[in-house]
Design a protein around this ligand. Structure first.
Ligand code: ATP
Length: 678
């Protein structure tokens, strides 16, 4: 505690009030965080640093928080760095006058490009002293790199990285010894790790959020009276307010300025759910039988809905005559003939240019009194002749960007299942029964364009079975079963909740669900498949260690056409060796022929789960693995690419462990994993 306090007073001596925050000061905090795995200590370092930023340079709070969570902006802003490992290596080589071969060789030895940058840097004599990096300067530089596009973009991106690396560590070059302190507070190390998408500090976004609340509370209490320290209640209250506000309005760009203006204790009144800022969607827990559902909802009212198999979409709208009500960030929702509109994906990406046909119709679906809304829906491809939902594969053939309404070939229908905001008010805390009534009262269904999710409130097993069969006949995946009344039936953004259950027809009596896994490597094809990759190494994601843990090899379920489509996409992201944050078997015979950047998520079906010493999935989470055996898939089968999930939204190790624990057959002896079917 004492050390933390003294460090907080002077984390970086050259930083004076009003100065742009030195990037080196943030890196010092990062290196302190890197030295521990204890969450509370990590949180304390993080909070102390944010508090210092609040004291000295509050205008840098936003870029500081963003750099801490390894992001440049909110997801809906669509800002991507678009940089692979090879560009970073090129930049390191060119900045430090070392050949690409030497850089690659160092990476082979050190296993971490961040450290390669430090090593290269440390050897470089400094001819002149560039200006030290600042947090706002690094953030701006990175945004500039992300925005670089068009002819020669790659070269200009490399130049952008070189500029930053050349200025990195100018204040402490020569002091860093990677063999002793793992690169310590090196700026080059953290810039490179940021570019790679993983700071590898064990600093979860949730921890940053809690630290931000603590820093704000301390700052405000201190501002009120000399030397006062906040009470535990004040700290808890601040944390609760910020978490609640963030869940309805997950945008630091909006929240941080509001918090600086109004204070944390007044934040809830000043920062509310608003059209233009997408919420993280509520998610469901898998089940594998109707009786499991009935057990869960015993003595509670619940409702069943068709589970449509399309793309999740959150639609935001403010009517033309109410535009003055729009308070969301500029440049996200667009002004159209209908008013201000936007449509977001499951992971908050802007889908507006994919679905202009939907956006152009919104004002024909609303009742006259409906002036603004946020809807949770599923878009499905629609057969105009047969008047029914088409399989998900049809929807996938639609262009993903810059669609013109007149060119749309695959028509879509929107099935609305929830309402989160209506006429200037958030309605997430109302019961599902009330939200559904409001939804039905506020919109007009239009055949082939817009409808309400088909629902049924019966509670008998036969009725539910019949409804499940009907849903499958209507080309749906199964049912969603949801708590209907009471506070528990409120909409819980970003939560995988027990109040929403899914029953997928294909997984009844299996493991209950498919898995969404990250592609880490591939094996060259054999026989007919020699020109493409024939099989792949997949992994789940462990958010507590920020690692990808291998779970199976897969070679089944791919048509020749799919393999041909995948090959060029994957070839572009081949890396020399596994990333340091891949947890995989080290045995020589278990290495794939090529490794990839963690970029693609695929949905995969499995017969069941088994233990295997060859894979690492959930090896620390599940009982019985002893940390040595991971959980693996038996007979995995590729279903589809999940464009709407980022690698860190893949099925988590904990979910894998839960599925394993729940599977009926877990106690039976299954024999060895039979997943290497190629
Ligand atoms: P996860 O695997 O993380 O739960 P997912 O995106 O793979 O998420 P599913 O397992 O397929 O989702 O189940 C939930 C999804 O079902 C929702 O994200 C939504 O896209 C879709 N869905 C279809 N109909 C409904 C409905 N009536 N209510 C809620 N979600 C629905």
């Amino acid at each position: 505690q004492t050390t933390l306090k003294s460090k907080a007073k002077d984390p970086y001596p050259d930083w004076k009030a009003g100065d742009p925050v030195p990037y080196a000061a943030l890196c010092t905090t990062f290196s302190l965080i890197e030295m521990t795995t204890k969450r509370l200590i990590i949180q304390a370092h993080c909070a102390l640093f944010l508090r210092q930023v609040l004291r000295l340079t509050p205008e840098d709070m936003l870029p500081t928080v963003l750099l801490m969570i390894n992001k440049l902006a909110a997801d809906y802003a669509g800002i991507e760095l678009g940089i692979g490992e090879s560009l970073v290596m090129k930049a390191i080589g060119e900045t430090t006058g070392r050949s690409l071969e030497v850089v690659k060789n160092d990476q082979r030895v050190l296993g971490d490009l961040g450290l390669v940058a430090v090593k290269s840097r440390a050897k470089q004599p400094t001819m002149f002293k560039p200006k030290p990096l600042t947090i706002r300067g690094v953030h701006k530089g990175l945004i500039g790199i992300a925005a670089t596009s068009g002819a020669g973009a790659q070269g200009r991106k490399v130049d952008g990285i070189k500029k930053m690396l050349a200025a990195a560590d100018s204040h402490n070059s020569g002091k860093i010894d990677i063999t002793v302190d793992n690169g310590g507070a090196s700026e080059a190390k953290f810039i490179v790790r940021f570019l790679e998408g993983k700071l590898r500090l064990g600093l979860a976004e949730r921890t940053v959020l809690v630290s931000l609340a603590q820093a704000m509370v301390c700052h405000e209490v201190e501002a009120k009276g000399e030397g006062k320290i906040p009470t535990t209640e004040q700290l808890a209250k601040g944390e609760q307010i910020l978490k609640q506000v963030f869940s309805n309005l997950p945008s630091y760009d909006v929240i941080i300025p509001a918090m600086l203006d109004h204070g944390i204790f007044n934040l809830a009144e000043n920062c509310k759910l608003q059209p233009g800022v997408p919420l993280k969607p509520m998610l469901a827990k898998p089940t594998k039988s109707i009786t499991e559902v009935l057990d869960r909802f015993e003595n509670q009212t619940f409702t069943c809905e068709y589970k449509y198999d399309g793309e999740r979409a959150q639609i935001h709208y403010v009517a033309k005559d109410s535009e003055q009500q729009y308070k969301g960030p500029a440049g996200v929702a667009k002004k159209t003939g209908s008013g201000i509109t936007a449509i977001f994906s499951r992971n908050s990406e802007d889908l507006s240019t994919k679905y202009p046909d939907i956006l152009s119709k919104l004002d024909t679906w609303v009742k006259p009194d409906t002036k603004s809304f946020v809807l949770d829906c599923e878009t499905c491809a629609w057969d105009m002749v047969e008047k029914k939902v088409l399989p998900f594969q049809q929807l996938m053939t639609r262009k993903k960007k810059d669609v013109k309404v007149e060119d749309v070939k695959v028509k879509v229908t929107v099935f609305a299942f929830d309402l989160l905001f209506l006429n200037g008010e958030a309605v997430v805390e109302k019961s599902l029964r009330e939200r559904r009534e409001l939804l039905h009262k506020s919109f007009n269904p239009v055949e082939g364009e817009f409808g309400f999710a088909t629902s049924m409130n019966g509670r008998e097993i036969d009725e539910i079975q019949q409804f499940l069969d009907d849903s499958v006949k209507a080309s749906c995946e199964g049912l969603m079963v949801k708590m209907l009344d009471g506070a528990e039936s409120g909409y819980e953004p970003s939560k995988r909740s027990r109040n929403w259950l899914k029953i997928k027809k294909d997984y009844l009596s299996g493991i209950g669900d498919s898995l969404d896994l990250v592609v880490l490597g591939a094996y060259y094809g054999k026989g007919k498949r020699t020109s493409v990759y024939g099989a792949f190494l997949l992994a789940c994601y462990n958010p507590s260690t920020d690692t990808y843990e291998t779970i199976c090899n897969i070679g089944t379920g791919f048509s020749e056409a799919v393999l041909e489509e995948l090959h060029p996409q994957l070839k572009d992201i081949v890396i020399e060796r596994p990333k340091p944050f891949y947890s995989h078997s080290s045995g020589n015979q278990h290495q794939p022929d090529v490794w990839f950047e963690p970029r693609f998520v695929w949905e995969v079906k499995t017969a069941d789960l088994t233990l295997s010493p060859r894979y690492k999935a959930a090896c620390k989470e599940h009982v019985g693995g002893g940390g040595e055996k991971g959980i693996s898939l038996r007979f995995p089968r590729f279903i589809k690419i999940r464009d709407d999930k980022k690698p860190d939204e893949a099925t988590s190790s904990r979910q894998v462990a839960e599925m394993y624990q729940k599977q009926e057959s877990v106690s039976k002896n299954k024999g060895p994993a039979v997943d290497d079917d190629f």
